[in-house]
Design a protein around this ligand. Structure first.
Ligand code: URA
Ligand code: CA
Length: 442
């Protein structure tokens, strides 16, 4: 079939066959299918959708467009987690070592941050010496020894996604749910994990603006994983405020260290989301029968410091100076020229926050990149002093800015005043966690 006929078939709302999808991905990666035809196909997919079977076929075709990591020589169920992009989302640095301390095998390949969300790799690199570039053999050695390693993507993982994502970005087709699901799942499956826990964010600044869309994406990704024989669960969580209080690289590492040191309350949203991710990873790996048992073990790994030890050892094995990773020593990594308070301009309640704007403010201070080539300052960013629902007085601090370069300080301050809404009445506060999608829900 000529590709123009395949586009027409999709534009008419028909399901594509596995062979047609395979030819499309092969042809696009090789350059036989030009960008203009693929753009048209992406728009047809955005408008007509894809069935779960088509989405699974697309995912597999994309996954096999490059290297597929084989982790089968590592012991036990190989675990991974993935978040669809949050502000102040430090969960990997908490959950990966905690689950390892409870007997899990966490072999994770992460990405860098771009725009308003921070990347785990950038956070790791804020600890002097840490290298996120490890050979596949060394990566596996570290996981064998310590139960956990987090590195950058190696080799040629899912070239189809690199090319397709760049095209979607400039053709207004990023938001197609089957295209997002296949993009995320192809990369997760190519990274070699047997079991994956996903955190699908919803709210301002997230790809999924509504809870309903987020559940649709979550279910689709769980069904793709299940169709290809992996164990997948997905949380749907809110992004209407930063998950943790810290937004910035070393600042987020410090918050992770605080949590692993038992210094963050169990009612804290970051703590709650970390627990839920960890519980689901433990259950998928067969390390706990139920949530209560998983939670008990995870809390034990906080209480006895074994989770923090795994993080320290991981950093040391990846070449970093792990002496920074204590509650006291983390202060050295967040030392900056000045701290500036952003203050409430009226009495009232924090009724809403725009997490995207808060992430962008941290980026303006140098904590994130606007373009891939930009460099980041690991120490800078901000620490929120309030959450949605908090009462504030005029002049009280809403957040503390950690500043070295003040070029865009005024813009960052303005953005924060815009982002944090204060109203006279205490409004309805959205929950942080909406639910979990398991294989039983699809
Ligand atoms: N994250 C991805 O990796 N791909 C998408 O398409 C959207 C979010
Ligand atoms: Ca305001």
């Amino acid at each position: 079939m000529r590709f123009v006929d395949t586009i027409e078939k999709k534009a008419d709302g028909n399901a594509l066959t596995k062979e047609e999808i395979q030819e499309m991905i092969d042809g696009y990666v090789k350059g036989d299918i030009p960008d203009y035809q693929m753009s048209s196909m992406c728009m047809a997919i955005l408008q007509k959708g894809m069935t779960p079977q088509e989405t699974a076929d697309l995912t597999m075709a994309m996954m096999h467009s490059g290297d597929v990591v084989d982790l089968s020589d590592l012991p036990g169920v190989k675990l991974d987690k993935h978040s669809t992009g949050g502000v102040g989302d430090t969960t990997t640095l908490v959950v990966a070592p905690l689950v390892a301390a409870c007997g899990g095998t966490v072999a994770k390949m992460s990405g860098r941050g771009l725009g308003h969300t921070g990347g785990t790799l950038d956070k790791l690199e804020s600890i002097p010496g840490t290298s996120i570039e490890q050979s596949m053999d060394r990566f596996k050695e570290i996981v064998k020894e310590n139960g956990v390693a987090v590195i950058g993507q190696t080799g040629n993982l899912v070239p189809a996604d690199k090319k397709l994502y760049a095209l979607r970005d400039v053709t207004a087709t990023v938001r197609s749910i089957p295209l997002i699901a296949s993009s995320i799942m192809s990369k997760k499956l190519a990274s070699g994990a047997d079991a994956i826990v996903l955190d699908v964010k919803t709210g301002t600044g997230a790809f999924m603006r509504t809870k309903e869309e987020a559940f649709t994406l979550a279910k689709l990704m769980v069904s793709i994983g299940t169709l290809v024989g992996r164990k997948v669960r997905a949380l749907v969580t809110d992004m209407n405020q930063p998950l943790g209080m810290a937004v910035g690289n070393a600042l987020e590492v410090r918050e992770a260290v605080e949590l692993l040191s038992g210094k963050i309350a169990e009612t804290d949203p970051l703590y709650e989301v970390c627990m839920l991710l960890g519980e689901n990873m433990m259950m998928l790996a067969g390390l706990a029968e139920n949530e209560a048992e998983a939670q008990k073990k995870l809390k034990q790994a906080i209480a006895d410091g074994s989770g923090l030890k795994r993080l320290q050892k991981m950093i040391a094995l990846q070449g970093g100076d792990s002496s920074y990773l204590t509650f006291e020593n983390m202060e050295k990594l967040v030392a900056v020229k000045q701290h500036i308070e952003v203050k409430a301009d009226s009495d009232g309640y924090v009724s809403s926050m725009d997490a995207e704007k808060i992430g962008t403010a941290a980026q303006l201070l140098g904590a994130g990149r606007a373009k891939k080539e930009d460099t980041i300052d690991p120490a800078v960013g901000l620490v929120m002093r309030v959450r949605c629902g908090y009462a504030v007085k005029k002049g009280s601090s809403l957040c503390t800015l950690y500043v070295n370069d003040d070029t865009y300080l005024k813009d960052a301050e303005e953005l924060l005043h815009e982002a944090i809404e204060i109203t006279p009445e205490k409004g309805e506060i959205k929950p942080m966690i909406y639910g979990t999608v398991t294989e039983k829900d699809i």
